[in-house]
Design a protein around this ligand. Structure first.
Ligand SMILES: Nc1nc2c(c(=O)[nH]1)N[C@@H](CN(C=O)c1ccc(C(=O)N[C@@H](CCC(=O)O)C(=O)O)cc1)CN2
Ligand SMILES: [Mg+2]
Length: 283
C-alpha cells in the first residue's frame, strides 16, 4: 500500500481562500482584522517564520504589523509593549514569537497577553478552556494537525490515536483536541518504555518528538494515518521530519511530508484565530 501524501500546503491554500472571504465580510461591517507580531532578537528561523506570518496575513486581507526589538530589551519593556497592544482597539491578535532570550520569562509574557487576543492559544485561560471543551483560541499547530486529519475524510471517533511528545505547543494540545473528536488517545514521550508496542497499535500516529527519522515502517500499523510534526535540520543542512518518509509511505494510508505538511497549516490556523478574535472583540 502506498500512502496518499497530505500536502498541508495545498490544503492551507484552500482554507486561506475561505478565510479571505470571511475577512472581506468583516471589512464590509467596518472591521479590519489586525495582527501584531513582536519579534525579539535576530534568530534567522524566527525571522523567517514571522515573515511567513505577515505574508499569510497579506494573502487573506488581515492588517499586520511586526515590532522588531533588540535581544537586549528588558522583560519590563517587553511587557509594556504587550500592555499597550492589549489596549489598542485596532489590534485583535497579539503574538510574541518564541523562543525569547533567556533573561525574559516566557510565562510572564504569555500571561500578560489578553486571553482574547492570544492568537497562539498559549494563555492559561485558553489552554484551560480547550481542556474542558469550551470555545477558545486553539494552539495553531495542534489545530492544524487535527484539521489535516479531518481533511482525509476519515472518521476520528473511536480510533486509537497515539501521540509522541508532550510539549505545550503540540503534544499536549493535540491529545486534547483528538479526545474532543472522540478518539482514544495514548500519550508517549521520551521516557516511554517499548515505544513501538504503542505506535504499532495506532490508527492515527502523531509524531512530535523532535528526533530526526525516529519512526520507521516497523513502528507503524499498516493503513495508519501518520502526521509528522518534526522539523529537524540534519548535518547535510537538509530539513527532515521525525518519520522516515520513504519507508513509512509504503505502509501508511496517509502521510505528511516535511517540509510542506504540518508547517503551512500552523500559519493558516493563526490567520483563522486572528479572524475569530476580531469577530469576538467586535461583539
Ligand atoms: N509564538 C510562537 N512561537 C513559536 C511557534 C508558535 O506557534 N508561536 N512555533 C514555532 C515556530 N513556528 C512558528 O512560529 C513555525 C515552525 C515551523 C513552521 C513551518 O512552516 N515549517 C515548515 C518548514 C520551514 C522551513 O523550511 O524552515 C514545514 O514544516 O513545512 C512554521 C512555523 C516556535 N515558535
Ligand atoms: Mg526502530
Amino acid at each position: 500500500m502506498a500512502a496518499t501524501i497530505l500536502y498541508g500546503k495545498e490544503i492551507a491554500k484552500d482554507i486561506r481562500e475561505q478565510l479571505a472571504g470571511e475577512v472581506a465580510e468583516l471589512k464590509q461591517n467596518g472591521i479590519v482584522p489586525g495582527l501584531t507580531v513582536v519579534l525579539v532578537g535576530d534568530d534567522p528561523a524566527s525571522h523567517s517564520y514571522v515573515r511567513g506570518k505577515a505574508r499569510g496575513c497579506e494573502e487573506v486581507g488581515i492588517r499586520s504589523e511586526i515590532i522588531y526589538k533588540d535581544a537586549s530589551i528588558t522583560e519590563k519593556e517587553l511587557l509594556e509593549i504587550v500592555y499597550q497592544l492589549n489596549e489598542n482597539p485596532n489590534v485583535h491578535g497579539i503574538l510574541v514569537q518564541l523562543p525569547l532570550p533567556a533573561h525574559i520569562s516566557e510565562k510572564a509574557v504569555i500571561e500578560a497577553i489578553s486571553s482574547e487576543k492570544d492568537v497562539d492559544g498559549f494563555h492559561p485561560v485558553n489552554v484551560g478552556n480547550m481542556m474542558i471543551g469550551y470555545d477558545s483560541l486553539l494552539p495553531c499547530t495542534a489545530n492544524g494537525v487535527v484539521e489535516l486529519i479531518k481533511r482525509t475524510g476519515m472518521t476520528i471517533e473511536g480510533k486509537h490515536a497515539v501521540v509522541i511528545g508532550r510539549s505545550n505547543i503540540v503534544g499536549k494540545p493535540v491529545s486534547y483536541l483528538l479526545q474532543r473528536e472522540n478518539a482514544t488517545v495514548t500519550m508517549c514521550h521520551s521516557r516511554t518504555v517499548d515505544l513501538p508496542s504503542y505506535t504499532r497499535q495506532a490508527d492515527i500516529l502523531i509524531v512530535a518528538a523532535g528526533k530526526a527519522h525516529m519512526i520507521g515502517k516497523e513502528d507503524v500499523k499498516p493503513g495508519a494515518v501518520v502526521i509528522d510534526v518534526g522539523v529537524n535540520r540534519i548535518e547535510s543542512g537538509k530539513l527532515v521530519g521525525d518519520v522516515r518518509f520513504d519507508e513509512v509511505k509504503e505502509v501508511a494510508s496517509y502521510l505528511t511530508p516535511v517540509p510542506g505538511g504540518v508547517g503551512p497549516m500552523t500559519i493558516t490556523m493563526l490567520l483563522k484565530n486572528t479572524i475569530e478574535a476580531a469577530r469576538n472583540l467586535a461583539r
